[in-house]
Design a protein around this ligand. Structure first.
Ligand code: ZN
Length: 250
């Protein structure tokens, strides 16, 4: 009887996914990965007072570009929402949410780390997925070539999946296709999913720079070229070009 009374998970659909999509290189690769695997893909982004809020504009540009470049993917792209997570900006004292120089603490963690950010984002995305009847969540977090953010770790995401499923009586699956890829391998993933067209789209339209710089154009895209996010992206692009046997661009 106890078994019969146990509530079934609300979401049992394996055809749809919800992608946490910021407009950056990694979440664009995660979105392309999801578009290859699921019949319907919705996207969610978060406005949290980030200094680089140009990434919210990048989201729209990437989504439009995906629809243009690949009509089959365009047909799978469903609703897109940007949720207000401004409370993070109110309670955080970080270089992403206020004008401050980027620095590192004694543990080597940069002050671009926003405590609780991904924990909150996954929780809000899970609540949205619950309402939408979606059980597959996809995010572009990764441990390799990351800034060492603890909320991007595989253990964190797996623990969160358990916590969300217990707390919401769900059977959510949190997918992290980039978890063990370095940035060069992420470019390779983009290439394998959408060829040079997708690589070019990601290079031109995604935004990574913490300072929100869209003025300076580099071989790897736009950015200040000096913040940790730009340095990671530049190094990943350089290694990707080397793997493809291409000489670095000037
Ligand atoms: Zn930068």
């Amino acid at each position: 009887m106890a078994e019969a009374r146990r509530r079934a998970p609300a979401s049992t659909d394996d055809e749809h996914a919800l992608v946490l999509f910021s407009g950056g290189q990694d979440s664009t690769a995660a979105l392309a990965w999801a578009l290859e695997r699921f019949a319907g893909v919705e996207t969610v982004g978060f406005a949290y007072g980030q200094r680089h809020d140009v990434e919210l504009e990048a989201r729209r540009a990437v989504l439009a570009g995906l629809r243009e470049a690949c009509p089959a993917w365009g047909q799978r792209l469903g609703a897109d929402q940007v949720l207000d997570a401004g409370v993070l900006g109110e309670i955080s004292d970080t270089a992403l949410t206020r004008e401050a120089a980027i620095a590192y603490d004694a543990q080597g963690l940069p002050n671009t780390f926003v405590p609780g950010r991904n924990l909150l984002f996954f929780t809000l995305a899970a609540a949205l997925a619950h309402r939408r009847g979606i059980r597959h969540l996809v995010a572009g977090v990764c441990e390799t070539d990351s800034s060492g953010y603890p909320d991007c770790r595989d253990d964190t995401v797996k623990a969160l999946q358990v916590a969300l499923n217990l707390g919401m009586a769900e059977r959510l699956a949190l997918h992290t296709p980039l978890m063990w890829r370095n940035k060069a391998q992420t470019w390779l993933l983009l290439e394998s999913l959408g060829g040079d067209t997708l690589v070019e789209l990601a290079r031109e339209r995604t935004h990574t720079c913490y300072r929100g710089d869209r003025q300076h154009r580099h071989p790897w895209g736009y950015g200040c070229g000096a913040c940790p996010a730009c340095e990671l992206r530049a190094e990943g692009w350089r290694r990707y070009q080397a793997m493809r046997g291409r000489a670095p661009e000037a």
